[in-house]
Write a protein that binds this ligand. Sequence first.
Ligand code: PLP
Length: 353
Amino acid sequence: MTIDDLPIRDDLRGTSPYGAPQLEVAVRLNTNEHAFAVPDEVVDAIAKAVQAELRDLNRYPDRDAAALRADLADYLGHGLTAANLWAANGSNEVQQQLLQAFGGPGRTALGFGPSYSMHPILAAGTGTRWIGALRDPDFGLTPADAVAQVEQHRPDLVFLCSPNNPTGTALDPAVIDAVLAVAPGMVLVDEAYFEYARPGTRSALGLLPGHPRLVVTRTMSKAFGFAGGRLGYLAADPAVVDAVQLVRLPYHLSALTQAAARAALAHRDALLATVDAIKEQRDRIVAELRARGFRVADSDANFVLFEVGGDQRTVWRRLLDNGVLVRDVGLSGWLRVTAGTPAETDAFLGALS
Ligand SMILES: *Cc1c(COP(=O)(O)O)cnc(C)c1O
């Protein structure tokens, strides 16, 4: 019995699930998780918050997650309120809801590769045709190039990713401005790594006033070190929040998730305290690899894309044999490594030698 023996949708036949290997390796630098464990004081706060919900688990959670959305608006600033915010089980779910509401059969979504591999997978799952537009060979994207590709295809949704995964570099803000000016549909900016960006990097949040078709997605999976908690969110015009409510499952965000995320947000200073340490390792990896003669993309994220100068699958395997798991994103000749603790950087650089 295989999938193909089942009456599965024709458009899903022959496709593969998202699958970063989850291997038991000493040094795991392949999925851009925050390297530091949740601090004890935050563990205690989350435990208390979750405990307080347990007696009422016979009841459904707040369907609108109103308190959590207010907390997220407070974190983001930019004059946003709960009406501008929407949350789900990871920003992947938020993006899926956006595709359900604004994409779907007969509609298209466009992204500029190489970029986040989940965007086309989410499009496929929602029956949205994916248009793989391209960056230039050094992974840059100019406003003129972006505009030309959007005007050519006139997609219902444009996916931008800044800082971009897997290249690591934040978009030139002029690209976002230019795409907003010509896109006929929704423009989504995935800012999953924004907290790691280099000083002076502009968030698309500042563009929300006056741009009701702009959506900025964020996540607690990366800088907050909350990947296991599954909490992602968007900021947009309140009408966009109304739209995703047409497709979200009722009670999609459990009472435990809402309580845990609120407790984590209340302790954001403690959680985000290690972001600078990660950025230091990121910059160290970039500098060290360049000193060794590798071509390396500029990084505003907690990972680094570097050229291995040969078959990246061989290098990936050899690193794994040396106890370090990095990511082969399917980009010929390149690998991506997550910036972790100083000891993890030592292990990676040692294994690479
Ligand atoms: C890791 C990542 C996410 C996070 O997804 P969650 O569902 O929030 O865990 C979103 N976008 C990009 C580009 C990522 O790399």
